[in-house]
Design a protein around this ligand. Structure first.
Ligand code: AMP
Length: 475
């Protein structure tokens, strides 16, 4: 049997994986700046954590969870989302200081029908802020999401917001919506025709043309909001407006999870395809901590789908996340013609000095090693020959960009006067430096200096040609 990754999952391989690393690092930096600590929770939890938080009537809990029993018969589930785990963790640790602000990233699991932009194992980045009711935290959370996407260079985004009210005012609304849906029951899609009573709001979230048509003219939640919920929503809109963050009020935005209250929001990208165009979203879940056994605690958060985000970056010509030339390929290739000892030391010294370096293994011939060096696309070879090694020297040979690197190597060994004209420091002068036929012999203790101060800064750092093909989006 040919072994493959499970349906709906995929390996993230280089160079795309390097884009992921950059996005995650950038996200963590942004969140840390805003006081959101990094939280890691287990990728599996007691099944009840999700049943109670996400809601027993949701598609996620009913159809999509990866449930299993461990060897002692306990029921666990792979996490389908992170908010439930964050709330479980909050209740378990009872942080003394509020708000408790955290961010996370990691894999989530849902047994969905795989298609472009929809996986069974996918990754989310997100934040949660627990313990603040003030609308300004809603605005903080939404603006962190918005600004992060803008910073990455995502364009053509739409931010939709809505208020789902609280437990009290929602009841009246749900009753009115329910009555409306009963008059449209026969026109709803198969999945929702007989499920109106379970959660009428879910019908508004349905993407089928039948439900979209049938629910035109449905009562709007906004008209049913109680005064505190309405004031909260108005304050959020006003503050977002004052920050220059463009949004539309979408009365149909309900999102798929049961725990949302008051503010909900979603950002979609015009670049991604149809139904899978939501980059991320979130909202308030003011009742959830209490429902799960903790003290009454208002809370809000969002999550972003990493696959869709990277996909949007690949398609977006304004993307600011690309790999530079030197990130994609090694800068230096160490060719070892001596015993392994000096090459090992040199390799370690170079990588410790933050250089991207490669070598060959298995005592291969000089010819084979140079072939590998060419294939690696490294710009510079450092040759460790036995005779040179005995004299504590190595040979530096430009493989690519000879026209740039050779004059620099040449000037590195010249008189102080010439070197000064090239902007080199007097301390860079090397007695005994020898230049011959397109390469230079240099003391092993000086090679890092030559690379660091002269050769590597001269290498082109242009973007890798076409980011779409490089990161393999859509495959
Ligand atoms: P949700 O947790 O359902 O609110 O989803 C938040 C974000 O996670 C969505 O906007 C998507 O970007 C992403 N997402 C959700 N489900 C999937 C999936 N099955 N595959 C890929 N990304 C997903």
């Amino acid at each position: 049997m040919k072994l493959k990754s499970p349906v709906g999952t995929r390996d993230i391989v280089a160079p795309e994986s390097w884009i992921w690393a950059k996005v995650i690092a950038e996200f963590s930096r942004n969140c840390g700046n805003a006081g959101y600590d990094w939280l890691l929770t287990p990728i599996f939890e007691d099944t009840q954590v999700f049943q109670r938080a996400v809601g027993g009537s949701t598609d996620i809990v009913q159809k999509e969870m990866y449930d299993f029993q461990d060897k002692s018969g306990r029921n666990f589930s792979l996490r389908p989302e992170e908010t439930a785990s964050v709330v479980r963790s909050f209740i378990e640790h009872r942080p003394a200081v509020l708000p408790w602000k955290v961010h996370y990233w990691g894999p989530m699991f849902r047994y969905e029908r795989p298609q472009a932009g929809r996986y069974r194992q996918f990754y989310q980045l997100g934040i949660e802020a627990l313990g603040v009711e003030d609308p300004s935290i809603d605005v903080e959370v939404i603006s962190i999401l918005w600004d992060f996407l803008v910073e990455l260079g995502i364009t053509s985004m739409t931010l939709r917001i809505n208020s789902l009210g609280d437990a009290l005012c929602r009841e009246n609304y749900l009753e009115s919506l329910h009555n409306f849906l009963l008059t449209k029951q026969t026109s709803l899609c198969d999945a929702h025709r007989d499920r109106i009573s379970e959660n009428p709001q879910r019908v508004l979230d349905c993407k089928t043309q039948q439900c979209i048509e049938a629910t035109r003219g449905a009562p709007e939640h906004y008209l049913f909001l109680c005064d505190p919920c309405r004031d909260h929503f108005e304050a959020v809109k006003e503050q977002l407006g004052a920050m220059g963050i463009p949004f539309v009020h979408d009365p149909r935005l309900v999102r798929g999870l049961d725990y949302y209250t008051r503010t909900t929001f979603e950002i979609s990208s015009g670049i991604l395809e149809g139904a899978q165009n939501a980059l991320g979203g979130g909202g308030r879940y003011d009742g959830l901590v209490e429902e799960m056994g903790g003290p009454p605690t208002p809370a809000i958060g969002f999550s972003i789908g990493l696959e869709r985000l990277v996909s949007a970056l690949g398609f977006d010509s304004a993307s600011k996340v690309t790999l530079t030339y030197s990130e994609k390929i090694p800068q230096i290739f160490v060719v070892d013609l001596a015993q392994r000892g000096p090459a090992n030391l040199l390799f370690r010294e170079l990588r410790r000095n933050n250089m991207r370096v490669m070598c060959e293994y298995g005592r291969r011939s000089a010819k084979a090693q140079f072939r590998s060096a060419d294939r690696s696309q490294a710009s510079i070879a450092i040759i460790v020959g036995q005779e040179e090694a005995d004299r504590q020297c190595v040979v530096v040979r430009p493989l690519k960009h000879k026209e740039i690197l050779l004059p620099l190597i040449e000037s590195y060994g010249k008189s102080n006067e010439d070197a000064n004209m090239q902007g080199l420091k007097a301390s860079d002068q090397i007695p005994g430096f020898q230049l011959q036929s397109g390469q230079a012999e240099i003391g092993i203790d000086k090679v890092v200096g030559l690379l660091n101060s002269v050769l590597l800064p001269a290498l082109p750092t242009s973007r890798v040609a076409n980011s779409t093909s490089v990161i393999g989006i859509g495959t």
